[in-house]
Write a protein that binds this ligand. Structure first.
Ligand code: FE2
Length: 268
């Protein structure tokens, strides 16, 4: 655990910019969220409002104001800005026009599927089109997509197309249902996940906490895996290239036994 503490805790996916999307509503709410993040050990946090709900300019301006507020309130947190983009066919155009924001002006781009229930047939092409423009995609909360819950090995396609896979911290505790919890644990055990993030929306619901989730990962897959996840989040905000994971395809294709389901629920 001591080794892990040396790697700063970085949260690359949060909805903290007040009034821009369905996350924090006002300054009071965002301050409560950011105090929770700091208390939990986070030192760098990326605000990633839903791209379809605000402009890049509004996200940048709101983040600037929030940084002033952090300084006034003496909250020791580095705030970066990005967006959660939908992986739609027009994303390359949005990127080319400068309408889409990568994470902290690095090449890393947070993307989500436009529909929870549909795995795009041209996913590989969409990811490759982003990479061709010099951006490095991170696929958000993969465990929440129904097609991944049904066939976890689908993530291999995204990884082979050059995307990193992100899982939400609270999915590991069942906050998005048992199917998301089970597949999140499976993906972590199979070494398919590169980064954990909170996807925080409110102080009291999906709060910006990561520490307990890293401890859960340590129990599920070992401390080295948890440490690697922390290092990857840090590398992302530094704009460093991260090598794609080498997941175990056989493990991804096994349907879980009752014992494995129980283990993923209790985190052992
Ligand atoms: Fe999100």
């Amino acid at each position: 655990m001591e080794r892990m503490e040396q790697v700063p805790q970085v949260d690359i996916h949060t909805h903290v910019l007040p009034g821009l999307d369905d996350g924090a509503r006002d300054e009071r709410e965002v301050l409560a969220m950011l105090r929770i993040a700091v208390e939990d050990g986070t030192s760098v946090l990326v605000a990633t409002p839903h791209a379809r709900r605000c402009t890049a300019a509004a996200a940048r301006t709101t983040a600037d104001r929030l940084r002033e507020l952090l300084a006034r309130e003496a909250i020791p947190l580095a705030l970066l800005v990005g967006m959660e983009e939908q992986l739609l066919p027009d994303l390359p155009e949005r990127l080319a026009r400068g309408d889409a924001l990568s994470l902290g002006d690095t090449p890393w781009l947070l993307v989500e599927l436009p529909d929870w229930t549909i795995w795009p047939e041209d996913l590989v092409e969409r990811l490759r089109a982003i990479r061709a423009l010099g951006f490095w995609p991170i696929l958000a909360h993969v465990e929440r997509y129904v097609p991944v819950q049904q066939r976890p090995e689908r993530v291999l396609e995204a990884i082979e197309a050059g995307a990193l896979v992100q899982v939400n911290a609270d999915s590991l505790f069942g906050h998005h249902g048992p199917a998301a919890q089970r597949v999140a644990a499976l993906l972590i055990r199979a070494r398919a996940v590169s980064v954990l993030a909170s996807d925080a929306h409110k102080p009291d619901h999906r709060a910006p906490r990561l520490r307990a989730a890293f401890e859960r990962v340590s129990r599920l897959a070992g401390e080295d895996v948890a440490e690697e996840l922390r290092r990857t989040a840090q590398a992302i905000v530094s704009g460093a290239l991260v090598h794609p994971p080498q997941p175990d395809p056989a493990l991804l294709q096994t349907s879980p036994t009752l014992l494995e389901r129980l283990r993923s629920w209790v985190g052992v």
